[in-house]
Design a protein around this ligand. Structure first.
Ligand SMILES: Nc1ncnc2c1ncn2[C@@H]1O[C@H](COP(=O)(O)OP(=O)(O)OP(=O)(O)O)[C@@H](O)[C@H]1O
Ligand SMILES: [Mg+2]
Length: 599
């Protein structure tokens, strides 16, 4: 019980919030309501016209009525048509403006959401929220308002006419009002539940499609077609069933209401024709009354269905507002980092992605301005995690990361990230030209000359110039038109062009053959000179020359030192390099912090 109460109050809150989006369009809305009032009056006027038509034109052969009535019919339908057109046009103008605005807000929110939230939701769901769910909101904003205003006014006008003609007959219908209300109330809850389910299932449908489309190569090579088909069948079937249920509820409620109206009609015909209760009624009045009653059908039916739309809109609003209200990336720092050199320090940093699984444990090390520090360690030891923490893609829970002595959380996100250049383990390219991919984001508009210079350092210019359109070749989604090594060189060129004082390279050259890696390495070495660099690599050639090597295992630092020192120490590092005496079995914990204590 209490559940349904809180459910309906929050539904009301959501509806009110949806209406705030209509606020800026209040003049459109006012015009639309006016048009609807005209529309409703026309309907009432038409029903009222039955009286002069029958009593005047036919029964009494009144000459003025004979010309007046046909003329009025024409006038009424011109007004009704025009007002109907304008009300629909204006309402859809409002509806689509609301959609546009909510979509924009949602998209902006997506750009600000913390990375962790993206880890938790599927991109299919996130896409379907902006496309499908928001559109449902348009339905509630436009259609339901139209129905609520226009049809309620029509019903009101017709009822007034009926009351005017005979209040006793009208009572016969009004008695049925509470019954109709009861049915509507019963049906609403069901509609909202179903709509919520439908939206979720649209998200699932989108998410399965997305995986199958994006992973199509894997699906083919690993014979995943049956599996994908099964997955899709499941969500597709669920979507169909939910939609069917919704339609069934809708289809069942309308005839029930109509049946009630028919009952009313039967009562009235009986009362009026038997003459016991109502007394004298002219044919014109009776026809006008019946016409008004018959004309109640359509708006009443609409009104019973409007609930479905409102419920769908509210369910969509719920889902969309939940995201709009969720927390953005925390950006409370007030210091603006403004420096050509940076000194990086990690102090007792502990971090976990999931509540109870520490990925980094009390990590401390320092990279002086201009120094290069290499992170090495087994797979899953937490190297990329450190790279994620520097630009604050995730926030640490314990310890501190400082740049130039100040905690990174105290800098504005924007200024912090402006000082960091990054080549990730997975290269991300946009479906755009080579040029746009390299001169991306804040580097947009960089001259082609500068881009070419960056590409020369990354040894990317050779292959780019061989592409059909050179720097203006579109690389396809995530760069499918390029080889792995080519993609990586574009990512390196992008990082070079950014020219930031802190350079983070996470397996930046892993996809290159030895020869190209050697060349790229030369370029990078030049770039790293005088620049604070954190480099993550498996290959010896990349890390040999680092000022310091931090050796990690299971989120902890187990050794630290230069290449030579670590080889001499003959610990985990030499084991990783395949040179240690104990290469076969090395109890990592025992190797301890052998080389140096972290600074
Ligand atoms: N987004 C995430 N959510 C939850 N856990 C994660 C996430 N990313 C990484 N992990 C976990 O954190 C641990 C460290 O991952 P990380 O990517 O830092 O390893 P790595 O040292 O870079 O390994 P590799 O050399 O294979 O790239 C792993 O156990 C991994 O399962
Ligand atoms: Mg990694």
């Amino acid at each position: 019980m209490s559940n349904s109460v809180s459910g309906s109050t929050s539904a009301f809150a959501i509806y009110r919030r949806l209406l705030t989006y209509v606020g800026p369009h209040r003049w459109h809305l006012a015009a639309a309501v006016l048009a609807m009032a005209v529309y409703a009056s026309c309907s009432t006027a038409f029903a009222a016209l039955m009286k002069p038509m029958l009593d005047g034109s036919f029964v009494n052969r009144d000459t003025s009525a004979i010309t007046f009535v046909p003329l009025m019919i024409i006038v009424i339908f011109i007004c009704r048509g025009a007002s109907g057109f304008f009300s629909i046009y204006l309402m859809s103008l409002i509806g689509w403006s609301v959609v546009k605005r909510i979509r924009q807000q949602l998209f902006d929110k997506y750009l600000d959401l913390p990375t962790a939230q993206f880890d938790r939701s599927s991109s299919g769901e996130m896409i379907s929220r902006v496309t499908f769910n928001v559109q449902n909101i348009a339905t509630v904003a436009a259609d339901s308002l139209t129905i609520l205003v226009r049809d309620t006014l029509t019903i009101f006008g017709l009822l007034c006419l009926m009351l005017y003609h005979s209040w006793k007959l009208s009572l016969g219908i009004l008695v049925l009002g509470p019954l109709v209300a009861l049915i509507i109330h019963f049906v609403s809850g069901r509609f909202r539940r179903l709509s919520r389910g439908i939206q979720d299932s649209m998200g699932q449908v989108a998410s399965v499609i997305e995986e199958a489309v994006e992973g199509q190569r894997l699906v083919k090579v690993f014979g995943g077609r049956d599996y994908e088909r099964e997955q899709f069948d499941l969500v597709n079937e669920r979507n169909r069933n939910l939609n069917l249920k919704e339609t069934m509820t809708r289809a069942a409620s309308a005839p029930v209401v109509q049946f009630l109206v028919a009952v009313a009609l039967a009562i009235i015909v009986y009362l009026a024709s038997s003459g016991t209760l109502v007394g004298e009624i002219t044919v014109g009045v009776f026809m006008s009354f019946i016409t008004a009653m018959m004309m109640l059908f359509a708006p009443l039916k609409q009104l019973t269905m409007v609930n479905a739309k409102i419920q769908a809109g509210i369910a969509a609003g719920e889902n969309v507002f939940a995201i709009l209200d969720s927390e953005s990336e925390r950006d409370t720092g007030e210091h603006v980092l403004e420096s050509d050199t940076v000194e990086l320090k990690l102090h007792d940093v502990s971090f976990s992605y999931l509540p109870d699984k520490l990925v980094l444990k009390q990590l401390s090390f320092k990279v002086a301005a201009g120094e290069t520090v290499a992170l090495v360690g087994g797979s899953g030891s937490g190297k990329s995690t450190i790279a994620n923490l520097l630009p604050r893609l995730y926030d640490i829970k314990e310890g501190s990361i400082t740049l130039n002595g100040q905690d990174t959380r105290e800098y504005t996100l924007d200024s912090l990230r402006r000082h960091i250049s990054y080549v990730g383990q997975d290269v991300t390219l946009f479906n755009d030209t080579v040029l746009a991919n390299i001169a991306y984001g804040q580097m947009r508009g960089t001259s082609l000359e500068k881009v070419k210079a960056a590409c020369r350092i990354a040894h990317a210019n050779d292959f780019i110039e061989k592409l059909s359109e050179g720097y203006y070749t579109v690389v396809g989604e995530n760069g499918v038109m390029l080889s792995g090594g080519q993609r990586q060189r574009l990512a390196i060129a992008r990082a070079i062009l950014k020219d930031a004082p802190l350079l983070v390279l996470d397996e930046a050259t892993s996809a290159l053959d030895t020869e190209s890696e050697r060349k790229v390495q030369q370029g990078l070495a030049e770039l790293m000179r005088g620049r604070t660099t954190v480099v993550i690599a498996h290959r010896l050639s990349t890390i040999e020359n680092a000022d310091r090597i931090v050796v990690m295992d299971e989120g902890q630092i187990v050794e630290m030192g230069t290449h030579q020192q670590l080889l001499q120490a003959n610990g985990y590092y030499s084991f990783l390099q395949g040179r240690g005496d104990q290469a076969t079995e090395l109890p990592v914990q025992q190797s301890g912090l052998s080389a140096q204590q972290p600074t």
